[in-house]
Design a protein around this ligand. Structure first.
Ligand code: SF4
Ligand code: SF4
Length: 376
């Protein structure tokens, strides 16, 4: 009888805490406008709103963060690609681009481009990526503002909650139950900082976003440069090789998010914001038994030997979920004595999940709408 009351209370509390998030989901998935272009659009909105609400409710009710976050993150990453490609075909007539598209600015950009536009914008007052975005994409100014706010409020959590590419290696790193490659030098994660410096300087010097131009693995699943000569062939070979290697094969073999952990300049930039962010993941020393599960499970190779995450922690919550003694938890910096771990987690979840809905809600919706239009 006592247990039944406990469960009912937990369900009731979880529903109560989910309700405001439900309103946030409604606000950001409809943008205050419930007029849909077609039945498929309306159905896509209803399914994605229900999906995100259910995920948030389950995080609260089950008390697990990473498991449900990863479902939403992975599903959104795949649906983003579906919606993105469809959008490109509708707007530009092709998923591949050529020099003409570059000159007419018909190239969408993503948040990673911020790592390359900042120096030229500050020093030469030049925007080196003139992406002309239509059909539901944000403008470059909006994108920079949203990314800056996310970086300040969440630090590197954006890499586990908001990035529509991160879901890919998050998904592939979960395919195998156990890793085949167990020993990895965790210092590889600092290579992303070298990438950040190199890409920022090279792009500033050439006034071309060079990561997008040469190295982005996600060109393989979004838009590739049309092959017209040896140079464009070489670029495509690089895009596909990096995607297969860093996003598919190595994450499967190591169970680590290799692309995000070692290669992405955006991840390095956001890691710097972790230094000033109020949300941290940290262990309760009294409860910690030193079992090292958190070190082994961290997909970003961010957990140090002393069980304190380094600045590259993306606040995915996997170490929190896998800690057998509940020692590891989300906390608000400097408030451990006053704010309980469960309150800190709920506040973090509210912010992180809101960014997930802002960044991934419309991707999920547009991908679903494409699928529903094909089916019905
Ligand atoms: S998983 Fe938990 S108990 Fe084990 S080392 Fe990490 S914090 Fe300590
Ligand atoms: S330290 Fe924990 S929360 Fe941070 S990235 Fe690693 S598993 Fe995720």
């Amino acid at each position: 009888m006592g247990n039944r009351y406990k469960t009912t209370g937990k369900v009731f509390r979880s529903i109560l805490v989910t309700l405001p998030m439900f309103l946030i989901i409604l606000l950001f998935t409809t943008h205050g406008n419930l007029a849909f272009g077609s039945g498929a659009d309306a159905l896509a909105w209803a399914v994605s709103a229900a999906f995100f609400t259910l995920i948030f409710y389950l995080m609260l009710y089950k008390g697990q963060t990473d498991k449900y976050r990863a479902i939403a993150f992975g599903v959104s990453a795949v649906l983003f690609v579906v919606g993105f490609m469809n959008n490109l075909i509708e707007i530009r007539g092709s998923i591949s681009y050529d020099a003409g598209n570059i000159y007419s600015c018909d190239i969408p950009f993503c948040h990673i481009v911020s790592t390359m536009v900042i120096i030229p914008a500050a020093v030469k007052q030049t925007i080196i990526f003139g992406g002309n975005l239509q059909g539901g994409f944000a403008s470059i100014a909006e994108m920079l503002v949203i990314v800056a706010v996310a970086a300040l409020l969440l630090g590197r959590a954006f890499c586990s909650w908001g990035c529509f590419y991160g879901g890919w290696d998050d998904m592939t790193s979960r395919i195998r139950k156990r890793p085949i490659i167990r020993r990895i030098n965790t210092s590889f994660k600092y290579f992303s900082f070298a990438m950040l410096i190199l890409m920022a300087l090279w792009s500033a010097e050439s006034l071309i976003p060079q990561y997008c131009n040469w190295l982005c693995p996600f060109k393989a699943v979004t838009e590739g440069e049309r092959i017209v000569d040896g140079l464009t062939l070489a670029k495509n070979i690089i895009f596909y090789t990096l995607f297969i290697g860093l996003v598919v094969v190595l994450p499967i073999l190591t169970k680590k998010r290799i692309q995000c952990a070692t290669f992405c300049p955006m991840g390095a930039l956001l890691s710097l914001f972790n230094k000033i962010n109020i949300f941290v993941v940290s262990p309760d020393r009294e409860k910690c038994t030193g079992c090292n599960k958190c070190v082994a499970k961290c997909p970003l190779m961010a957990m140090r030997k002393n069980h304190v995450p380094s600045m590259t922690c993306a606040k995915c919550g996997r170490c929190v979920d896998s800690c057998p003694t509940e020692a590891m938890n989300f906390r608000i910096r400097g408030t451990s004595a006053k704010v309980s771990a469960s309150t800190a987690r709920t506040i973090f979840l509210y912010l992180a999940f809101s960014f997930m809905v802002i960044f991934l809600g419309s991707c999920t919706q547009s991908g679903l709408a494409v699928i529903f239009k094909l089916i019905f």
